[in-house]
Design a binder for this molecule. Structure first.
Ligand code: NMX
Ligand code: MLT
Length: 435
């Protein structure tokens, strides 16, 4: 058993009695109530999911296992000369709640390297897609095609004990996490650089550096990759992608079904696809300006024109956050250090000066501040990943780390099949006294 798996098992055994006690002794305690607006309005804010992997405070932003993003980036081990930590170290933190030592991360890196093979049939599935297909559709299908590898399914058919579900799920999840960056790079090269062909992975490199290598990108794209995957990994459990992954896995569908479903949820423009929408919108602005930096008045007009035509401002607003997203700030810091003169970065910075006030004046969005997606495309664009359809694939790879860590813990704690109750409109009317 690997050091990570051993530590995880220890944590699982320690944690199980806490969940059992809560259900047995406090099962009837009320922790929230549901209003009509919540039932009709996307269940916003209802406390009905439990996760220990991350927590989102509306004013502070995300914490992974109690650590803020700046703390995570500072504390996790890094390779020599790197600015950003190993993604493998993040997996250790999300699963165990502990910051790993260099030795513990090295162990995870070796384990990931041993699992880094993408079967030919997955490449055939990717190659069979027409080249105009959206990379998210290809990614979802490629992950789905791997389903036949599920150890959970093989063991389930043989009559595995519930107490062992986490183990087979851990194996499936770690296999998928080791492979999904390779799948992403394969899709990128197939769609956008078929003339260059595909690179095999380099076993001497960690996940972030190997992804950069397979994408054909030089330094500091390895750090961009690490930063990108780490900041996108988790955002507690109620967001569409994390919730979809959890929901599908709750029926004991294996991690391949659950991850493919999570990818499909992330592909919507109100969720992960917003990062590509931001770039499309910024390009629209740049074209309008003929490449020059717009004045404040020109920017305001562009923002108002977008709102007045009934569209949302992509990269702004949030269902939970009520401040600037710390994921935006982490990327902004990176841009200030590495690409302060980048044109698009200047556009994004200038928009930050005008959009919040306009959204306040517009009076609809509860949160006028930028979210993660307002900055993320700019960094990719700067390093030559200008095919913005691909940005949500990068988000998906990062998000897989959080979603799969959650699903392993769901299995370990025996979380139930998810099945909330619905009512009809007529019932709702009766409940509030409408005849
Ligand atoms: N631009 C214009 N209108 C907005 C915006 C925005 N950026 N954000 C919210 N609103 C509107 C929203 O459409 C709704 O209008 P209506 O009453 O006509 O339906 C109203 O403000 C109230 O919405 P909220 O309660 O503030 O936001 P909600 O929780 O429903 O939705 C988002 C959250 C993120 C879907 C929403 O803010 C949005 O559409 N933002 C733009 C898209 C985006 O950046 N999504 C990425 C989110 C982060 N991620 O990566 O997933
Ligand atoms: C996310 O990262 O999932 C988004 O910010 C959306 C959310 O948290 O609702």
């Amino acid at each position: 058993m690997s050091t990570l798996k051993e530590k995880l098992y220890k944590k699982i055994k320690e944690h199980r009695p806490r969940t059992t006690k809560l259900i047995k002794e406090y099962g009837d305690k009320v922790i929230d109530q549901v209003t009509v607006s919540q039932a009709l309005g996307g269940m916003r804010g209802i406390k009905s999911l439990v996760t220990d992997i991350s927590y989102l405070d509306p004013l502070e932003g995300i914490r992974y296992r109690g650590y803020t993003l700046p703390e995570v980036l500072e504390k996790l081990p890094k390779s020599k000369g790197a600015e950003m930590p190993y993604v493998e170290g993040l997996y250790y933190l999300l699963l165990t709640g502990e910051i790993p030592t260099q030795e513990e991360v090295d162990d995870v890196i070796i384990d990931f390297n041993n699992r880094r093979t993408v079967p030919q049939y997955v490449k055939n599935v990717i190659d069979a897609f027409p080249s105009e297909s959206h990379p998210m559709a290809i990614l979802s299908a490629a992950v789905m095609s791997l389903e036949r590898e599920s150890l959970f399914n093989i063991k389930y058919k043989k009559g595995m004990s519930k107490m062992d579900y986490w183990d087979a799920t851990y194996e499936d999840a770690t296999n998928l996490l080791a492979k999904i960056p390779l799948i992403g790079a394969y899709i990128y090269n197939k769609l956008y650089h078929p003339e260059k062909g595909h690179r095999f992975c380099d076993p001497t490199l960690d996940l972030g550096a190997n992804f950069a290598y397979m994408m054909g990108k030089d330094k500091p794209y390895d750090d961009v990759t690490r930063m990108y995957f780490i900041i996108h990994a988790d955002h507690e459990s109620g967001n569409v992608s994390a919730h979809t992954g959890h929901l599908v896995a709750s029926s004991l569908s294996d991690v391949y079904y659950a991850t493919s479903a999570m990818i499909n949820g992330l592909a919507g423009p109100l969720h992960g696809l917003a990062n590509q929408e931001v770039l499309r919108w910024l390009q629209g602005l740049r074209n309008k300006m003929g490449g020059k930096l717009p004045s404040k008045e020109e920017l305001k007009k562009y923002v108002w024109d977008t709102l007045n035509s009934g569209q949302v401002i992509p990269g702004y607003g949030h269902a939970v956050l009520r401040k600037t997203d710390p994921r935006y700030s982490v990327q902004r810091e990176f841009c200030l250090k590495h690409l302060p003169e980048d044109d698009l970065f200047k556009y994004v910075d200038a928009l930050y000066e005008v959009v919040p006030d306009i959204l306040r004046e517009h009076g609809k969005a509860k949160n006028p501040w930028p979210n993660v997606d307002a900055q993320s495309g700019v960094v990719q664009w700067h390093y030559g990943v200008t095919q913005y359809d691909f940005y949500t694939v990068l988000f998906s790879i990062g998000r897989s780390f959080g979603v799969l860590s959650n699903i392993i813990w769901d299995r370990a704690l025996g979380y139930s099949l998810e099945r909330p109750k619905s009512v009809t409109t007529e019932m709702l009317e009766k409940m509030v006294g409408i005849d």
